[in-house]
Design a protein around this ligand. Structure first.
Ligand code: AMP
Ligand code: GLY
Length: 436
């Protein structure tokens, strides 16, 4: 099999690593990838990095290299219609179409669809006028979350503690336009309390199977303080998720969403479905509410879920494309995998002090210590670049790399990850100390 993986983050690094475990993979292209993945290609002759990122260029690459199957990581390529384009040219590809990807690319649309299908979500309204949004906030009388409607790399939801905070969040999205056109509409939603869970399903459009779940830590600082990020770390599996809860999530959310979307909206959803949940502690037990739908794997959830997967990833991908999921059994290790992301924190850059990811951050800081990682520790690169002259990696993004350890005990996995992280250093390095 000749496979093409699309994307450039830590999620794509682990996806490539997972595909390469399959003896069925004869050639694997990653586009555009990153320098960490490029480094892997030096010792893996089956892997080749190709520096293209636009959908048309990716199609030309797939055709030229006679790729058998393309696997898409990032939401942007999906919402820009890569699946529609490849399918129109008879190229096999895993992922939802542009229409289906609206479940992620418009939070307002996703909420309206879910309410229509009877799926539990927090009370909300959406607005294109900042004054109307503020008037709603003033009268609703409970803490809210203000969300830019469109894509914002995980940073577009502002969890507010006061009315002033919420007004400011409306200004940030709609007036200062921090997220560009993505914030021209905002969703104002009741703030829920409980434990978050990222729940993943595989679906071929007909069969939908629960896959795995992970806890993701979104806020930048310990104890969930500070701004939301794309994810600072996580672990899988989660002990609070028992078979009864899985059945409820499937019956109340996963199945009605995929089936209702097809029946009422005429849209077939195929690929990975990421259901972002709040498990609210209510008098009659844990109640799952959907906070968000994403149309792809999570980052860093992929870094803790894919290492647990024992089934050949090629078989799963092929089954999703060929509508053969029903007959596919897949297996997981019982070990816990835990991931901590090292990010570019507060440091001095060319134009003075930067507060660090998810705000402005400096780049091109040398990363030391990668060579001293233990053999069974996994390191996946997100924002790094290779410096030929110095012969070392430099930082090149907000999330720089993730360190992942598997262990039969979650506590030990946590201890081991933090021991490994202490071996790495770069100027301004920041990571959460409380993952797991
Ligand atoms: P979203 O952009 O909708 O995925 O939300 C990003 C993050 O904001 C979530 O993972 C939660 O941490 C937080 N969040 C979103 N909606 C709510 C809500 N209704 N109540 C509490 N936290 C929320
Ligand atoms: N970790 C959250 C996301 O991938 O959206």
């Amino acid at each position: 099999m000749r496979i093409l993986v699309v994307g450039s983050g830590g999620r794509e690094h682990v996806t490539v690593w997972k595909f390469l475990q399959s003896p069925q993979v004869e050639k694997l292209y990653i586009a555009p990838g990153n320098d960490g993945i490029g480094h892997l290609a030096e010792s893996e002759p089956r892997l080749e990095r190709v520096p293209v990122r636009e959908n048309e260029e990716l199609l030309a690459l797939a055709e030229e290299k006679a790729v058998d199957l393309t696997f898409v990581g990032p939401e942007r390529s999906l919402s820009e219609g890569i699946v529609d384009l490849f399918t129109a040219h008879s190229q096999a590809i895993v992922g939802p179409t542009a229409d289906a990807s609206r479940l992620e690319s418009s939070k307002a649309y996703a909420k309206d669809v879910m309410v229509d299908l009877g799926i539990p979500v927090a009370p909300y309204r959406h607005f294109t006028d900042p004054e109307e949004a503020k008037a709603y906030i003033a009268q609703c009388g409970y803490p809210v979350v203000v969300k830019a409607d469109g894509l914002a790399a995980g940073k577009g939801s502002i969890v507010c503690t006061s009315e002033e905070d919420a007004f400011q969040a409306v200004e940030t999205c709609m007036v200062e336009r921090k997220f560009g056109a993505s914030g021209d509409r905002v969703v104002v939603e009741k703030r829920l309390y409980g434990q978050e869970l990222s729940f993943f399903c595989f679906t071929d459009g007909k069969t939908i199977k629960p896959m795995a779940w992970a806890r993701d830590y979104k806020p930048v600082f310990d104890n969930d303080e500070g701004l939301n990020t794309g994810g600072m770390g996580g672990y899988s599996p989660n002990d609070e998720v028992d078979p009864t809860l899985v059945s409820r999530i499937m019956d109340e959310i996963g199945l009605p969403l995929v089936h209702g979307f097809a029946e009422r909206y005429g849209i077939t959803y195929r690929g990975i479905l990421y259901i972002g949940l709040m498990l609210a502690d209510e008098p009659d037990g844990l109640q799952p509410y959907v906070l968000e739908i994403n149309v792809r794997m999570g980052d860093p959830e992929a870094q803790v879920i894919y290492p647990r997967l024992l089934t050949d990833f090629v078989d799963i991908s092929v089954a999703m494309v060929n509508e053969e999921l029903e007959g596919l059994a897949y297996e997981w290790t019982n070990d816990y995998y835990l991931c901590v992301c090292a990010t570019s924190g507060r440091t001095k850059g060319k134009k003075g002090w930067y507060r660090g990811y998810p705000r402005r951050y400096a780049v091109k800081k040398p990363i030391k210590g990668l060579e001293s990682m233990s053999a069974d520790t996994l390191v996946f690169h997100s924002g790094t670049c290779w410096d030929d002259e110095r012969g070392q990696f430099l930082t090149d993004g907000g999330r720089v790399l993730s360190v992942v350890v598997g262990d039969p005990s979650l506590e030990k996995a946590g201890q081991r990850v933090y021991q490994e992280l202490e071996k790495i250093s770069f100027e301004g390095m920041h990571y959460r100390k409380d993952i797991g």
